[in-house]
Design a binder for this molecule. Structure first.
Ligand code: FES
Ligand code: FES
Length: 231
């Protein structure tokens, strides 16, 4: 189905008010979109079709900058960034908790923003800068957030910890940039470099679940870093 027709079908309102007709056309449009490959959507990335177990698999050649290092990978178009990191690059620090965007264990930093790598297609990260937990330390020197988590005992089993730390690092940058949160009291006076209350930290970190319940220590560690109290 031509792109223009798909777009028109998705966006158009039924002229005769017939909901049935509208849903029929919407379903056809969605089927058309599903049939379009990612290579069609991101035409700049070279693609090839390989056969795996007798099934044709479309692969893209994707350039990923992970922790400052360039990687050129053949990637199945359906591969999540999390799977590319863990299965293809053996960077297993990012954890797969739910694989459904609900726990935050897979959080990484992409171009300075925290994102769930289980819900991010690797192909969409072509040319972008990805930082994982493995890329935060400088050699033997831990990132202040890593040091604070250890100092404050902000973990028990440690499964959520890489995601918590990546999320906290980017979250403090959001606060420094003056981004508001759901519990920000006065949106008109949000300032850059704001000091976050513990309620703000809890709200902003609410996408990162800790089954061990280490939350008080996690909040304390983040507060240490924002106040410069971390070692
Ligand atoms: S594994 Fe990504 S949010 Fe749970
Ligand atoms: S330390 Fe165990 S899930 Fe958070």
């Amino acid at each position: 189905m031509p792109d223009e027709q798909i777009k028109n079908d998705v966006l158009s309102v039924p002229a005769d008010g017939s909901r049935r007709d509208f849903f029929k056309r919407s379903a056809a449009a969605v089927a058309g979109l599903a049939a379009a490959s990612i290579a069609d959507i991101v035409p700049a990335i070279a693609s090839q079709t390989a056969v795996e177990n007798g099934i044709p698999v479309e692969k893209l050649s994707v350039n990923l900058n992970i922790n400052g290092k360039e990687h050129s990978l053949p990637i199945d178009t359906r591969t999540s960034l999390l799977d590319a990191l863990r299965e293809q690059l053996q960077l297993t620090g990012s954890k797969k908790g739910c694989d459904h965007g609900q726990c935050g264990a897979c959080t990484v930093i992409i171009d300075g923003r925290r994102q769930l790598s289980c819900l991010t297609l690797a192909a969409m990260c072509d040319g972008r800068k990805v930082t994982t937990i493995e890329g935060l330390a400088e050699g033997e020197k831990l990132h202040p957030m890593q040091a604070a988590f250890i100092e404050r005992d902000g973990m028990q089993c440690g499964y959520c910890t890489p995601g918590q730390i990546c999320s906290a690092v980017a979250m403090l940058d959001e606060a420094r940039n003056g981004d508001a949160s759901f519990v920000t009291e006065n949106l008109g006076t949000v300032a850059r470099g704001q000091r976050l209350s513990s309620d703000e930290i809890k709200e902003r970190m609410s996408g990162n679940i800790c089954r061990c319940g280490a939350y008080p220590n996690i909040v304390a560690a983040i507060d240490d870093v924002q106040t410069g109290g971390a070692k």
